[in-house]
Design a protein around this ligand. Structure first.
Ligand SMILES: Nc1ncnc2c1ncn2[C@@H]1O[C@H](COP(=O)(O)OP(=O)(O)OP(=O)(O)O)[C@@H](O)[C@H]1O
Length: 271
């Protein structure tokens, strides 16, 4: 029996320009509840812009983005933050805060003005920090930890927000391979166990193939193709979008495709 997925977020025929520069052209995406999505595409193809429009980090146009069929621009910021948590590419943080303070900010959408956090809020923060391996950093000031640790703290804050949707813009770009895999595993677990809809922007095609149910591939502001990873990331499409020749092998433990770049020059010289 196949599981029926409910539409969670819809983007309809979205166009976007920064001044005279057209950045997104007629982009439509359908995000189903409980699936794991990756947005891929070369630098400058419009991935962050699309994520910012979905998360209302920018001036989202009316009647273009729908959350459970409701125009997202009609929701207040607090209502949106109870539904969608965001991990932006660059986070500006006030350096006076401790790591614990930052993670607890994930609970702000649920608190009234001047209301302090409950023991449940602390439990959620602790759980997210244990998952992201940041609990040991809790008393440090945010400017006293490394860039990769900070990125994990921001992810812990987003998990603490306890939303149905999590949107992450290059969440693993700054972190070591152990923590990259650990974080993707945490996201997959949230996706499977809590039915959290995950939308993440990545550059690593192989990690996208292993973890995603579906991939959206952007190039030059247009949605080139979307669908399951095997259908989207073919040799031909990778060549067309990234202008790089690749070989495909089968990953020995997952059985999914594994993409290997062809190093023409190295092969010629044998070095
Ligand atoms: N605030 C802005 N003002 C003007 N132009 C912008 C702005 N933000 C992005 N752009 C331009 O829009 C285009 C798309 O940028 P965007 O950040 O959405 O791409 P991206 O696919 O996320 O790229 P990357 O992989 O490098 O992060 C780029 O050409 C960029 O220079």
């Amino acid at each position: 029996m196949s599981i029926k997925f409910e539409s969670h977020i819809k983007v309809k025929n979205l166009d976007w320009s920064y001044g005279a520069q057209v950045v997104l052209t007629d982009v439509s995406v359908n995000i189903e509840k409980g699936k794991f999505y990756t947005i891929l595409g070369p630098n400058g193809s419009g991935k962050t812009t699309l994520a910012k429009i979905i998360t209302k980090t920018m001036d989202t146009p009316k009647n273009k983005v729908f959350l459970l069929s409701e125009d997202i621009t009609k929701l207040t910021n607090k209502q949106t933050a109870r539904k969608i948590a965001t991990v932006p590419q660059n986070t500006i943080i006030d350096f006076d805060f401790s790591v614990m303070d930052i993670v607890l900010m994930g609970r702000a959408p649920y608190l009234r003005r001047f209301q302090s956090e409950s023991s449940l809020d602390f439990e959620l923060a602790k759980d997210a920090m244990l998952k992201t391996n940041t609990w040991h950093l809790r008393d440090k000031k945010i400017d006293q930890i490394s860039g990769g640790e900070r990125q994990r703290v921001i992810i812990a804050r987003a998990i603490t927000q306890d939303t149905e949707v999590l949107i992450l813009d290059e969440p693993i770009s700054n972190i070591d391979i152990h923590h990259q895999i650990q974080l993707l595993e945490v996201l997959k677990k949230l996706n499977k166990e809590k039915n959290t809809t995950i939308i993440t922007i990545l550059h690593d095609l192989n990690l996208a193939v292993q973890y995603s149910d579906e991939i959206f591939l952007l190039s030059d502001g247009k949605l080139v193709t979307h669908g399951n990873p095997q259908a989207v990331l073919t040799k031909e499409i990778i060549d067309e979008v990234y202008n790089i020749e690749v070989d495909m092998v089968v990953h020995p433990s997952t059985g999914k495709p594994y993409i290997i770049p062809v190093f023409n020059e190295l092969q010629k010289t044998g070095s």
